[in-house]
Design a protein around this ligand. Structure first.
Ligand code: CAO
Length: 421
């Protein structure tokens, strides 16, 4: 048993190429030519195959790393001693390949997939080399396809569905659905062309899929949060006497978890393969985070086990990781329901788009003062505007309305009793 090191191969003129996918795990057994990682440059993506067979000991890179030829990808325990000699690196980190490795080089070349592009929110796309090849042959980009398999992995069936969704049959002819403007934009004045930012490219197809495939209903509600706001702004640390700053979002998260426990249909996903409903017993909330790179939706795990202060801290930490692009890909998956809060920015009601495979999303607007009649008197109250979008296949209107009423109670004057349980 010997230890073998797998290095980034010669990538021609490409430098600082981004790792967009790690396809293997430590402890996994791999065969020669199994794909290990996917690298993506401005022009293409390429899967790097293993040059050895063996068990992966340690993976030295992660998604988001920029790599160059000769960088260490991983080390594995190999039983085949002769394999060990096939790839070596000289002082200049140039990879010398022996004749036997020509075959792996050819396979690597075959695996080139062209243009970079969208995937699910903030994540990257995983698919077997066979599926990638199939997509490529049909002129599709696997990164644009929503995967129905575990962790969003793309299957051959997903590729077929994607192709079907992209074309329209007219008069027996298959046409790609691309709308062409009658006049080009520059005919009306000066314009500037820019690339669509990467994160927006990633989220775009996911949003289209959600908007076109899920029958959305959005219910709006005004919640009276006067008492909750008075309480929130009076929070201070018992020992230091310092004010504790928690945004309304932490309270809303707590209320949402309570609502999810009461209405399990909202903490669910559709299993399209077996035509069943998956009920989740965990409470991992997704939060739409506005970053300079675009919108990201990381999950905060086990919110039901956190105090309001802990939720506030987790939110700060997670949004910071997103803004610094340090968040792990897996943190964009496995959510119960998402909150999209525009409360810190402004505006009241809007139509949040469900983040599949979730079945509902809660939109939060900025709270405002409103004069209302209370016990015969006109009085000023603090109102929180919410917009709840849900998948009408799973949740009906009455349940949507009950969910909103429940949230109102959790954040209303008896919030302390409701959220304490
Ligand atoms: N009403 C009134 N004020 C609110 C509020 C609300 N509903 N929600 C937050 N605020 C206040 C906060 O109390 C804070 O006030 P102070 O500066 O006085 O403390 C201020 O607004 C800023 O809050 P924040 O936005 O920094 O913090 P948050 O916990 O509310 O939100 C996060 C965190 C990560 C969700 C937020 O920073 C963000 O990225 N929001 C944008 C989400 C988004 O883009 N959604 C749209 C998705 S669809 O395109």
């Amino acid at each position: 048993m010997t230890s073998a090191k797998i290095l980034v191969p010669d990538m021609g003129d490409f430098k600082d190429v981004e790792v967009i996918e790690v396809l293997v795990k430590e402890g996994q057994q791999v065969k020669k030519n199994d794909s290990l990682i996917t690298l993506e440059s401005d022009k293409s993506s390429v899967e790097v195959p293993s040059t050895h067979e063996g068990m992966i000991e340690k993976i030295n890179i992660k998604v988001g790393n920029k790599v160059n030829q000769g960088d260490l990808i991983l080390s594995l325990k190999s039983e085949n001693k002769t394999e060990e000699k096939k790839v070596t690196v000289n002082k200049d980190k140039k990879i010398e390949r022996k004749v036997e490795d020509k075959k792996s080089e050819e396979i690597k070349k075959k695996k080139e997939i062209i243009p970079t592009a969208p995937t699910s929110q903030g994540g990257t796309k995983s698919a077997s080399p066979k599926v990638r090849k199939f997509a490529r042959e049909l002129g599709a980009n696997v990164l644009e396809i929503s995967g129905s398999q575990r962790a969003g992995r793309v299957s051959e069936e997903d590729v077929k569905n994607f192709i079907r969704s992209q074309v329209a049959v007219s008069g027996g002819r298959v046409e790609k659905k691309i709308h062409k403007e009658e006049y080009s934009h520059e005919e009306f004045g000066e314009i500037e062309l820019k690339d669509i930012p990467r994160v927006k490219k990633l989220s775009g197809p996911q949003l289209v899929r959600s908007w076109t495939e899920i029958p959305h209903v959005t219910q709006h509600e005004e919640i009276d949060i006067t008492e909750m706001e008075q309480f929130r702004s009076s929070l201070y640390d018992y020992y230091s006497g310092e004010m504790i700053k928690v945004t309304p979002l932490a309270f809303i998260s707590k209320a949402l978890v309570s609502a999810l426990k009461t209405f399990p249909n909202f903490n669910a996903s559709i299993d399209p393969i077996h035509n069943k409903i998956i009920y989740k017993k965990y409470f991992h909330l997704g939060f739409a985070v506005d970053t300079p790179h675009g919108l990201m939706v990381p999950k905060v795990r086990n919110v039901d086990q956190m105090s309001i202060k802990e939720i506030g801290e987790a939110l700060k930490k997670t949004s910071k990781l997103c803004r610094e692009l340090k968040i792990d890909k897996k943190e964009f998956f496995g959510g119960s329901m998402t909150i999209s809060s525009l409360g810190g920015i402004g505006g009241t009601f809007f139509t949040p788009i469900i983040n599949p495979p979730e079945v509902a999303i809660l939109g939060i607007g900025k709270s405002f003062d409103k004069l209302v009649r209370l016990k015969g008197k006109i009085t000023s109250r603090k109102i929180l505007p919410i917009s709840l979008s849900y998948d009408h296949r799973i949740i009906d209107g009455a349940e949507g309305a009950r969910f909103c009423v429940y949230l109102s109670e959790c954040l209303g004057k008896d919030f302390a009793f409701k959220l304490a349980v």
